[in-house]
Every structure is written in C-alpha cells, then in structure tokens.
Design a protein around this ligand. Structure first.
Ligand SMILES: Cc1cc2nc3c(=O)[nH]c(=O)nc-3n(C[C@H](O)[C@H](O)[C@H](O)COP(=O)(O)OP(=O)(O)OC[C@H]3O[C@@H](n4cnc5c(N)ncnc54)[C@H](O)[C@@H]3O)c2cc1C
Length: 444
C-alpha cells in the first residue's frame, strides 16, 4: 500500500487525502492547526465551488452541509460610468455552485479524514519536517496554500503578471434586504469596467448560516480602491456601502441594512498571480510535489483558486492511484505538464478578465444579454474554463461562435444601439430597472 504525506488540511489537501484514502493509500495528513483552531479562526475566502467540483466533493463524501443554499443562476449587471446598469446577463448555471465557510469545511474535513484512517498530526511543518516526511513516505505533497513560501520556484514562462492587478476586499454579511433586489436570491455580479467588480455570492457562514459573501475587486488607484486603511468589519462594510452608493446605486437598498456576520469575517489585500514549478527539492535532494495555491495562485476575480485546487487534487489522485511508482521528480513534472494542458485555461480566463475587455468579448457579453443559451455557455466557463476556449479568447473564434448561435454583425449592432439608447434615456429621465423577463432572459 503506497504512502503519502499531505501537508496542509485546506481545499486541495482534504480532497486529495479523501480520494487517496478511498483508493487504499496510507495517508498522513499534517495540519498547522487542530480542528477546533481551524473552526475558531478568522474568516476565510469565499471559495465558491462550481458544479463539477461540488459533485466531486459529494462523491468523496465531503458534503456535510445539505442545508446550505446552492447558487443556481448568475445575474450580471454591466454598468456605465453614469452609475446605472447599462444591460444585464442572467442565466442558470448548468449545475449548482456552493460556497461553504472554509472554517467549517477544513475543521470537519480534518476530523472526518482522521476517522476514515488518515494519520493526522498537528503542527506547522517546517523544512526539517518535510525532510522527515520525505524519508518515511513514498510521496510528500505540499498543499499549504500561500504558506508554502519559496519551496517551489517561479515558472517565468507561465507567469503573466509582475504586479497585483486588483485591490481586494471581502466581507460576509447578513440582514440585507432581499425584497429590494430579488436577483440576490441567486448570485449577482456587478461590473463597472475599469473601476470595480463586485461579486455577491450566496454563502453558508459558520455563525449565521445563510448569508452573502461580498468580494470587491478594485482597480488600483481607481474610485473603488478605498479599503487599504480599513481595520475592522464595521469599518469595511461602511466603506463598501459608500462605494456602492456612489458607483452601483442600484444595489444600495439591498445592502443598506446589512451587517457583518462576525467581527472577523472580512479580508483585505491583493494577490500577485503566479505559477510555480510543481516539484520542490529539499536540501537532502529529496523532492516534494506542490498542489493548489502553493503552485498556481490566481487573483480571485473568476473564483478559480479553490476550484483549481480541487481539480488538481482530483487529477493527481487519479494519476497516482493508477501508477505503481516510483513517483520521481520527472514523472511528477510530466503529470503536471499534462494537467496544465487543461489547468491553464483557468489562468487564461482569469488573466483575460483582469485585462480590459476586448471588442469581441464585449460583443459576446452583449449577445449573452439577449440569448440565454450564450449566457449559459459563458457561465459554464466558471465551472470548466476550458469550455471557453477558443471562442472567449480569440476574436475570429468569437465571431464564428456568434454566427453558430445565429447572431450576426447586424444583430450585435442592434444590441449596441439599444444599450446606447438606454444609457441616453437614463441620462435624460433617470434610471429604469433592468428587466428580467419570464424565462430569465435579460432585456435592454
Ligand atoms: C477574497 C478571496 C475570495 C476567493 N473566492 C474564491 C471563490 O469564490 N472560488 C474559488 O475557487 N476560489 C476563491 N478564492 C481562492 C481560494 O480560497 C484558494 O485558492 C483555495 O482555498 C486554495 O486552496 P489550497 O488548498 O491551495 O490552500 P488553502 O485552502 O489555503 O489551504 C492551505 C492549508 O494549509 C495550512 N498550512 C499552511 N502552512 C502550513 C504548514 N507549514 N504546515 C501545515 N499546514 C499548513 C493552512 O492553515 C490551510 O489550512 C478566493 C480567494 C480570496 C483571497
């Protein structure tokens, strides 16, 4: 029976351990904190999982929150500099998404894997600890997230950015007014291109259960970049309300009565997206594999980090279970290269969304506001970013895609004119709500 040591009981570590236990491996799971400490900790990222990843966790018996609200559709408002929603895209997800507080997931996951036979140890794993694990296991996998430090070298070919592209603020809230904006029964995204993106995600919070995790991504130096000085949940929420009143006023009534779910369920900061080499070499010459944020770290703009951690854990669990070893550095690197053929699409999706939208992407989103089938295919990109390739990334492929959906250049022009007329109308007579007709299709 092969043995593996997994360092870090987070998203990747718990999924990988559960899958390899199921495959009959001997698993040592090393966590820097006890289940009680994981549960009692500061708020963690939203970490919304999309359909395939939700299903995989369920298949592994890691779905402990049947009462948590699933996100079954996404409503995206695209706003203009004039504060009003110019148009909306609204469509179902093919499979429900789910965001459960990672404090609950990691604490329960660690306990559960211990009960299933994993040997659980608690304590920060240092370089000396990795050496010991590498000497006593067939393979060591580091899934310590950003806690993995410089163990894995940067891969200059796969890294795209040298600076963070957004300033982030996240807060979990409850007490909001759903009657003011019924769209918030599901996921809502509010984009003011070039200034801010706000994601309002149905969330199962440790303390209050049903809530919303709000993630704000501000362009550095822009009008929404106001959270650097925030030092508490109350202060952060007050700034968020200010930003929403000023830039996204159609969300003000929904947010006004909201309160933080706790004093610690908020995060601010920035992420420098990087890709690292998957195999790290210890001073002894022994090697370890990295998975999850430890090697592929994305800005959370497209919500891919925890999804990617899950996809990677699944891919490697299947590869490892099907191979007799030895798990050499070359073999692990070749497996990672194969993973990257698919995994790179999550990075490409995120990096493209971090950049200003291209003309072809604007056309696609405009067409999606009129054709729910196109919107559904766009939303599928969150679940499986490879499904967006090449039509979301390359202009000729985008036009071919639209043609296959019976949307021609003249149609796009017509949609554009309708949006322009709406924006001018808003300037002259004030905003009209963006309607969602029966069947979910958004109208301009
Ligand atoms: C604001 C924000 C919102 C986000 N929203 C989403 C989203 O909606 N969807 C999505 O897919 N992703 C999202 N993410 C990203 C997502 O949270 C991470 O990508 C994901 O949790 C990474 O999983 P991981 O297993 O690599 O690391 P983690 O989940 O961070 O787990 C690492 C674990 O290792 C432990 N550890 C660290 N160092 C050591 C050590 N030395 N020894 C032992 N244990 C150690 C840590 O305590 C932790 O338990 C978001 C991120 C941010 C910042």
């Amino acid at each position: 029976m092969p043995s593996i040591a997994v360092v870090g009981a987070g998203q990747a570590g718990i999924v990988l351990s559960a899958a390899l236990l199921r495959a009959g491996w001997r698993v040592s799971l090393c966590s820097d904190r006890t289940p009680e400490e994981l549960l009692a900790g500061r708020g963690r990222p939203t970490a919304c999982l999309f359909g395939d990843q939700v299903e995989y966790e369920a298949e592994l018996g890691l779905d402990f929150w049947p009462e948590a609200s699933r996100m079954r559709r996404i409503h995206l408002d695209l706003c203009t500099g004039d504060r009003d929603a110019a148009f909306a895209v609204d469509a179902p997800l093919r499979k429900p998404a789910l965001a459960v507080d990672q404090r609950l997931k990691f604490s329960r996951g660690l306990r559960e894997l211990g009960a299933r036979g994993a040997s659980v140890t608690v304590g920060v794993v240092t370089e000396a600890g990795l050496e010991e694990l590498a000497a006593t296991h067939d393979l060591v996998v580091v899934t310590a997230g950003t806690g993995a430090g410089p163990l894995f070298e940067l891969d200059p070919v796969r890294c795209v950015h040298t600076e963070p592209q957004r300033r982030l603020f996240m807060i979990n809230v409850h007490g909001y007014d759903l009657t003011a904006r019924p769209e918030h029964r599901e996921g809502v995204f509010s984009f003011l291109p070039g200034t801010v993106e706000v994601f309002w995600v149905p969330f199962h919070d440790r303390d209050v259960g049903e809530s919303r995790s709000v993630v704000l991504e501000a362009a550095p130096g822009g009008r929404a970049d106001r959270f650097c000085g925030v030092t508490s949940a109350d202060e952060g929420l007050a700034v968020l309300k200010e930003v929403v009143d000023e830039l996204l006023p159609h969300e003000s009534a929904f947010l006004r009565p909201a309160r933080p779910t706790s004093p610690v369920t908020w995060i601010k900061g920035e992420v420098l997206p990087v890709v690292r080499r998957p195999v790290g070499v210890l001073p002894s010459g022994r090697h370890v594999l990295g998975l999850g944020d430890a090697v592929v770290l994305n800005d959370p703009l497209t919500g891919q980090g925890a999804n990617n951690a899950t996809r990677m854990a699944r891919f490697f669990a299947e590869e490892l279970a099907a191979f007799d070893g030895p798990y050499t550095a070359d073999w692990l690197t070749s497996r990672f290269d194969e993973w990257w053929e698919r995994g790179r699409h999550a990075n490409e999706f995120t990096n493209r969304m971090l950049a200003p939208m291209t003309a072809a992407q604007k056309e696609l989103i405009l067409a999606a506001s009129r054709h729910p089938g196109i919107a559904e295919q766009l939303w599928e990109g969150f679940n499986d970013p490879s499904s967006l390739s090449p039509w979301f990334f390359e202009a000729p492929a985008a036009r071919e895609f639209l043609a296959r959906c019976d949307v021609g250049r003249l149609d796009v022009l017509r949609y554009r004119l309708a949006v322009a007329a709406r924006v001018v109308g808003q300037k002259l007579v004030g905003p009209r709500p963006v309607r969602r007709p029966a069947g979910g299709r958004a109208a301009t």
